[in-house]
Design a protein around this ligand. Structure first.
Ligand code: NAP
Length: 277
């Protein structure tokens, strides 16, 4: 059963995704297990991990410790470039599912497109194979630019979700619009800008004062009000609780626009045409 206080977004394949989730990088297995168990208590139902984070076992342990039913949470993990291919994705799935302690993964994501390797279409085909067998519930990609999404669309393999770096200083209009045109939901990684300068920006702190909210809540509200699904990472109960409590107030349209004007362009973004693992 989803948490009644967190709304959901319906992906193009019908999967109900909580409108906000919990990120787990860069926590190790022990920290992750503690934080995930706390997050379930606080009300999180969407969890993000990756082969590359080395903490999938911690997510599994935290969920077991919490006692929540498997069907009540949405699990997202991602695989590295060595698995790009139909057979490789199956192997990656098996290893991740075992670490997570689950028989199925809700959303399995291609972590980075690695276009130099030019095998991301086959990687998505591999996820589609698993979807057809009921081993995954949705097709995900991450760090895909418009050209990468269009390649997939040309191959008849439109994903359900694209997880990319988005925050008010990196608003990623082109990637979000390319996703929206295809019906792909955008999930925001580093949604708080890693909790650094963004949360001290006067535009953010001014709105925090106006609404009696924290700067983090203002930024997360900017995401959810635009249909972006943020996955803030938080290790303390206080931050976990704060980050989920963004569904009982609304920013004005002009305030969303003012926050979006903090955009510094694509220069601060890791370029997925040249970076990836
Ligand atoms: P983030 O969520 O923007 O920021 C995390 C930082 O903000 C942590 O230091 C956290 O500290 C702090 N924080 C959390 N809530 C706060 C609050 N309410 N007020 C002030 N500070 C707060 O950045 P991120 O961890 O880089 O990104 C989130 C998740 O995205 C990752 O954990 C990972 O799951 C995913 N990700 C994906 C990719 C990809 O390539 N797909 C890349 C990077 C990240 P505490 O821990 O002390 O609470």
């Amino acid at each position: 059963m989803p948490n009644a206080s967190v709304p959901t977004i319906t992906l193009r394949n019908g999967l109900e995704l909580p409108a906000i989730g919990m990120g787990t990088w860069p926590m190790d297995n022990t920290q992750t297990a503690d934080a995930v168990a706390t997050a379930v208590e606080v009300g999180y139902r969407l969890f993000d991990t990756a082969e590359n984070y080395g903490n999938e076992a911690g997510v599994g342990e935290g969920l077991r410790r919490s006692g929540i039913a498997r069907g009540d949470v949405v699990l997202t993990t991602k695989f590295n470039k060595q698995w790009h291919g139909r057979k490789g994705v199956r192997e990656a799935f098996t290893v991740s599912a075992e670490k997570l302690g689950t028989e199925y993964i809700d959303l399995l994501l291609v972590h980075w497109p690695n276009p130099d390797q030019d095998r991301f279409v086959e990687a998505v085909q591999g996820i589609a194979d698993l979807l057809a067998e009921g081993l995954v519930r949705g097709i995900g990609v991450s760090n895909f630019k418009p050209a990468h999404l269009e390649r997939l669309a040309d191959a008849g393999l439109v994903p359900d979700l694209n997880q990319i770096q988005v925050d008010p200083r990196h608003i990623r209009t082109a990637s979000r619009q390319a996703g929206a045109r295809l019906g792909v939901v955008t999930e925001s990684w580093s949604p708080l800008g890693r909790g650094e300068a963004l949360l001290q920006d006067p535009t953010v702190t001014g709105l925090a004062e106006k609404y009696g909210r924290s700067p983090g809540q203002i930024v997360l509200r900017w995401h959810v009000q635009q249909g972006l699904v943020p996955i803030p990472k938080a290790s303390s109960r206080a931050h976990l609780e704060e980050n989920l409590a963004v569904f009982d107030f609304a920013l004005e349209d002009a305030e969303i626009t003012k926050l979006s004007a903090l955009d510094t362009g694509e220069a601060g973004i890791l370029d997925s045409d040249s970076f990836g693992h």
